[in-house]
Design a protein around this ligand. Structure first.
Ligand SMILES: [Zn+2]
Length: 318
């Protein structure tokens, strides 16, 4: 295992050197801003862990500490459900020592992505209690957004620590200690969120969003969830669904509605125009922001979202 992974790492180094000019070209053509934060290209000797999206990369980085190079296939701000891997993504995967995916059908593209890849891959959501998508399109399909519960991410961290310990047994005790430390931070965030959301009046505990990404968080803290579409891969706000959202907001006098950062909020603005609800803010689910944005880490993301929700549903908008 050890020899095998060293040899593959050696090949990875050659590949990395080979793609440096391509990366430079890419950087030269990059317009900057929040999209497409480039991955570091400096080769080093650490094993490479490739994750499917930025949120998972950050969670894995917390467990890895300095021992592993953690990267994300999709870039900051990218839509992940219907992503189409590029030849460069496949090259990066070919030099990875371990690949982590969320699973639960989040990455519709993943099976094909790893089909010819000899690196082990681990699905981090294995073991969480799955919530199925409740509407007609989703019937029976799992809701993939399990990371939107900090309690689920505690499980992700434990599973990632085990995967890293197998990849790099020398640092197993560090991975387990890092995971334990991260798990206690996740617990603290959950406790704060649960406390802040219980201050919302009972009658206002309905969360209306574009994507049905909040089922797990809603379960954790006792909110009722409504949405325009189940997952972004099928992001179609049909007139019927917008009308249903308008009815629900009027009936339950929902004070605020929300939309996610990776999709257009146009349909939700129609709900705002037709009801007394205000637009409560942008929520982050499927991607982190750039380092100087509002949610550069998962802990920032989940804290930002719940504070935004709590503030708006309590009617405390500026
Ligand atoms: Zn999503």
């Amino acid at each position: 295992m050890k020899t095998h992974s060293r040899r593959r790492r050696g090949q990875g180094l050659l590949l990395r050197l080979g793609i440096v000019p391509l990366m430079l070209l890419f950087l030269a053509g990059c317009s900057g801003g929040t999209a497409a934060e480039p991955q570091p290209v400096e080769p080093d000797d650490r094993p490479v862990v490739l994750t499917t999206f930025t949120v998972l990369a950050d969670i894995a980085q917390n467990v890895a500490g300095e021992h592993l190079r953690v990267e994300s296939v999709t870039r900051l701000g990218a839509e992940i459900h219907g992503y189409e891997p590029t030849p460069d993504d496949l090259r990066r995967a070919s030099r990875a020592d371990l690949i982590l995916d969320n699973g639960l059908n989040l990455e519709a593209w993943f099976a094909q992505f790893v089909a010819d890849n000899p690196a082990p891959h681990v699905t981090v959501s294995d073991g969480v209690e799955v919530i199925d998508i409740a509407d007609e399109e989703g019937s029976g399909k799992p809701n993939p957004h399990a990371w939107m519960s900090p309690l689920n991410v505690q499980k992700y961290a434990g599973r990632i620590a085990e995967a890293f310990s197998e990849l790099d047994p020398e640092h197993a005790s560090d991975y387990r200690a890092n995971a334990a430390q991260y798990q206690s931070k996740l617990q603290a965030v959950h406790d704060e969120l649960a406390a802040s959301l219980t201050q919302i009046p009972e009658s206002h505990r309905t969360l209306v969003t574009c994507e049905g990404a909040f089922s797990y968080l809603a379960r954790d803290v006792g909110l009722t969830e409504k949405y325009l579409w189940a997952v972004n891969a099928e992001s179609q706000a049909t007139p019927r669904k917008v009308a249903a959202a308008i009815d629900a907001v009027r009936e339950q006098q929902v004070p605020a509605v929300f939309c996610e950062s990776t999709v257009s909020d146009a349909a939700m603005q129609r709900v705002v125009e037709s009801t007394d609800a205000v637009y409560g803010g942008t929520l982050y689910v499927d991607s982190l922001s750039a380092a100087d944005g509002p949610v550069p880490t998962y802990l920032d993301l989940i804290t930002h979202d719940t504070r935004t929700i709590a503030r708006a549903l309590k009617g405390e908008l500026p």
